[in-house]
Design a protein around this ligand. Structure first.
Ligand code: B12
Ligand code: SF4
Ligand code: SF4
Length: 258
């Protein structure tokens, strides 16, 4: 049995200061996908890389997007380092994408990850569910990006926390510009998706249709429209979320300021 403290040390040294482990049996809804990723997998490492609070609280969404690229990068870097470390110990281990790439084909349509990182994090005891439905860590609240590793190593599993760090203040519910949250983790996924993906796949599809349907003399204008430029930038940078309000509003784990 490899102690989780050793794995946490590796994760922490590579950008993910919060880390835990869960047995595959504790994630029954994802067992099949986990078995496809790594036959004979026994454990899932789940880790969290923090956002900069100042960036996700900024009114300039592009700095929050930029910060997200880095937080995802840190989660990926830590996952990769943990996987290689476990391999050095003679185990098999696969770093799993934190979000992208994700299965966009029906029936999932990008709405279900290979591993449900929030559920895995709750089971591993690195945080608890918030009213926002997000995983709330003690250290950084919900302002984290989650990722991890699937492995055939026997890791000492964590246990769910006795209580969630969420203090039920409902600031996340009030902050949501779409009214998509109604507390206790209930979320209208379509409403949220309309906002966060306003420069995502649906916008891309609508843009293509508009371009094809535009009269010949308008095509150049459509191709150079504001939406086209935004989409270009999103593709180039690899990030396109347009809302962070429920993560930013949460008081848990917020650094105290002078
Ligand atoms: C699809 C997806 C979305 C969809 C659907 C979200 C959803 N609720 O499923 C949409 C587009 C709406 C979305 C929005 C956002 N997302 Co998103 N998303 C994902 C993704 C890729 C898959 C999630 C999934 O598999 N859902 C399907 C199932 C598992 O979810 P479900 O049916 O709703 O079931 C949940 C509830 O039943 C809940 N639950 C069960 N029991 C209980 C009990 C209580 C008391 C409560 C409260 C909840 C609860 O737990 C289940 C999940 O564990 C994950 C990455 C991943 N692989 O995990 C990121 C992920 C969940 N997203 C994330 C983030 C940050 C966001 C956004 C803030 C957008 C942004 N700026 O990035 C918003 C937040 C919306 C919100 N408040 O939840 C982070 C969350 C980090 C965290 N601290 O929890 C993740 C983990 C990405 C990452 N790798 O860090 N997302
Ligand atoms: S990401 Fe924005 S739109 Fe989506 S639930 Fe959170 S606050 Fe609401
Ligand atoms: S903002 Fe308040 S209610 Fe929402 S997750 Fe954070 S502590 Fe819980």
């Amino acid at each position: 049995m490899i102690p989780i403290t050793e794995v946490s040390f590796v994760a922490g040294a590579h950008g993910a200061p919060v880390c835990g482990a869960v047995r595959v049996e504790a994630l029954p809804d994802h067992r099949e996908e986990i078995e496809t990723i790594l036959p004979g997998a026994k454990s899932v490492v789940v880790l969290a890389a923090p956002h900069s609070r100042s960036a996700i609280e900024s009114r300039n969404v592009q700095v929050a997007q930029y910060d997200t690229i880095h937080a995802y990068g840190e989660a990926a870097r830590a996952s990769h380092a943990v996987a290689l470390w476990l391999e050095e110990k003679g185990c098999r281990a696969v770093a799993v994408p934190a979000f992208i790439p994700i299965d966009m084909a029906p029936p999932r349509h990008g709405m279900r990850g290979a591993v449900d990182w929030r559920g895995a994090g709750v089971a591993a005891g690195i945080g608890g569910y918030g009213q926002s439905g997000l995983l709330v860590t003690r250290e950084f609240g919900p302002a984290v990006r989650l990722g991890g590793v699937v492995t055939d190593a026997d890791l000492s599993p964590g246990e769910p926390l006795a209580g969630t760090p969420c203090v039920a203040c409902r600031k996340c519910v009030e902050a949501c510009p779409m009214g998509a949250l109604s507390g206790e983790g209930r979320i209208d996924k379509r409403k949220c998706g309309d906002r966060i993906f306003s420069g995502g796949f649906r916008a891309w599809r609508n843009f293509l249709v508009a371009l094809v349907e535009a009269p010949a003399e308008k095509r150049k204008e459509t191709a150079g429209s504001r939406l086209s430029l935004d989409l270009w930038q999103n593709f180039m940078t690899g990030n396109y979320y347009y809302c962070f309000a429920c993560q930013a509003a949460c008081p848990v784990g917020r650094p105290s300021r002078a």
